[in-house]
Design a protein around this ligand. Structure first.
Ligand code: 4AD
Length: 463
């Protein structure tokens, strides 16, 4: 290292702060001398020079090693993913050339510290993950595929979206709580419960934090949480995970219409806040070039009208085992495929409301004008289908007891939930949004599996 050179300032690869960094132009303007750290994303040799694309999780930088630097042993044996410390002058790229942020680092010194070298030869990363690698192997190597551009962009967008939910809920003066994951009650039916031994008792992994959120209303006002939910889904679909991130909220003293308005506001405002960050906006545009902000108001469609729509469009119910496909009728649980066909044809967000009580969860409030149906809503998005499920909750004690009985639920373990109806009940409602499904829609991903860090689903629990 030439110690007579100006001191190098440490920057991240995406740092473009003009108060701190000047770009040299090769003649009269000298570039700022910087010190960067990162990994070799790509490298190529051109005659006596070596071009490296360095990556640090914030951005990419083009680095040029030339002269003696390009002839060192470390440069000649450089492997992809090797970590490097590089010092040099930041210069504008020559006219007609392209590089991230229009600049390149002309290195005057670099160091690969002990242990920083990435494996080469047989074991090189490019031999382990490539375009031709089998899907299952890629999933086993998720820790390496996460270094790829698409996977890392989705994870960075995910971080921004989660932060935006927090921001928007704070704008609405909602309070964040953290309900337990280990529970002894079910929320969404026994068939998807993960059971486990809990000391000398039986417990489950939570399917939803909803019931716990409801207990916070009397003393904390409107609340939300972003926690894991678990579902022992036994089918392999592109939108079902065994462990997913669940954005859930519960609002006090509201009507069903208030709930729908709130939900529409939150979803649109989250998109606005997310898109306000130029890097995130760019990532979303690269992942999903067709992305358009959803039009407001969202279409509102009653379940009965959806059934009529499916009949009219001759989309059949083919979900009954051993029976031929037939037209949909009131009471059918609209299956994933039919729901997606409808959403894709309508091609805009839909609030599907007023589902029959018989196909929905025990806690849902019945519609006063038509007790066959509930004040419930699913939000459907083109390409993905359902991304939100919500409803008004039964708040009358007797009605809740009848609902337990109807669903064959033993009320004992629910004493704490039932107590809410004894000590100052209120009209309230809420919803749960699947974060991975929201991301699959926003980032135009075929499956929710690519929208979480380490997906868990039927048959996969590693890495
Ligand atoms: O419709 P669900 O089952 O509703 C509830 O759990 C309510 N208790 C939530 C509430 O009102 N607080 O699930 C809500 C959302 C779905 O719309 C979907 O986006 C997501 O959770 N979800 C899943 N996401 C990934 N994998 C799974 N197996 C999912 N199951 C539900």
């Amino acid at each position: 290292e030439d110690t007579s050179l100006p001191e190098a300032i440490k920057i991240k690869l995406d740092d473009t702060d003009s108060a701190k960094i000047k770009l040299g132009n090769g003649s009269d303007v000298k570039g700022t001398r910087v010190r960067v750290f990162g990994r070799v994303h790509r490298e190529r040799r051109q005659k006596e020079r070596m071009f490296i694309t360095l990556r640090d999780g914030y951005g990419f930088m083009q680095v040029i090693l030339s002269g003696p630097l390009a002839k060192t042993y470390d440069a000649l044996t450089l492997t992809r993913e090797t970590s490097m410390e590089i010092l040099g002058q930041l210069m504008q790229v020559p006219e007609g050339a392209h590089a991230p942020n229009g600049r390149e680092l002309h290195a005057d010194y670099f160091k690969i510290h002990a242990g920083w070298k990435a494996a080469g030869g047989e074991d090189a990363i490019t031999n382990r993950v490539s375009k031709d690698t089998e899907k299952a192997t890629l999933l086993d190597l998720r820790h390496l595929t996460l270094r790829g551009e698409t996977a890392s962009k989705i994870m960075i967008v995910r971080d921004a979206v989660e932060f935006a939910f927090n921001t928007v809920y704070k704008e609405l003066r909602m309070r964040k709580v953290s309900p337990p994951a280990l529970v002894q009650t079910q929320v969404e039916g026994g068939s998807t419960l993960f059971k486990l031994g809990y000391y000398h008792e039986e417990a489950y992994l939570t399917q939803s934090s909803q019931l716990y959120l409801e207990t916070c209303l009397p003393s904390m006002g409107d609340v939300y949480c972003i926690e894991k939910s678990f579902r022992a889904e036994k089918s392999l679909t592109r939108r079902h995970l065994a462990e997913y991130s669940h954005v859930e909220a519960e609002l006090d003293f509201i009507t069903f219409n208030d709930l729908l308005d709130h939900l529409e506001h939150v979803m649109c405002r989250v998109l606005e806040v997310t898109m306000a960050d130029p890097t995130i906006k760019q990532y979303i545009t690269e992942l999903n070039p067709e992305f358009k902000m959803p039009e407001r108001p969202f279409m509102r469609m009653k379940y009965q009208d959806a059934i009529d729509w499916l009949v009219e469009h001759e989309i059949l119910n083919d979900e009954e085992e051993g029976k031929p496909p037939r037209p949909h009728k009131f009471g059918d649980d609209i299956a994933e495929a039919a729901e997606r066909k409808m959403t894709d044809i309508i091609n805009r967000p839909i609030f599907l409301t007023h589902f029959p009580a018989a196909i929905k969860s025990f806690y849902m409030m019945k519609d006063k004008d038509d007790p066959r149906v509930t004040e419930s809503v699913d939000c459907l998005m083109p390409g993905v289908g359902e991304i939100v499920g919500g409803s008004m909750r039964i708040f009358d004690y007797e009605e809740l007891m009848a609902a337990y009985a109807r669903e064959d639920i033993e009320p004992g373990p629910y004493y704490w939930y039932t107590d809410q109806r004894k000590y100052g009940s209120s009209p309230h409602g809420g919803y749960g949004l699947g974060l991975e499904r929201f991301l699959a829609w926003l980032c135009d991903q075929h499956t929710v599996r690519d929208c979480c860090l380490y997906p868990r689903y039927f048959g996969r629990c590693k890495p």
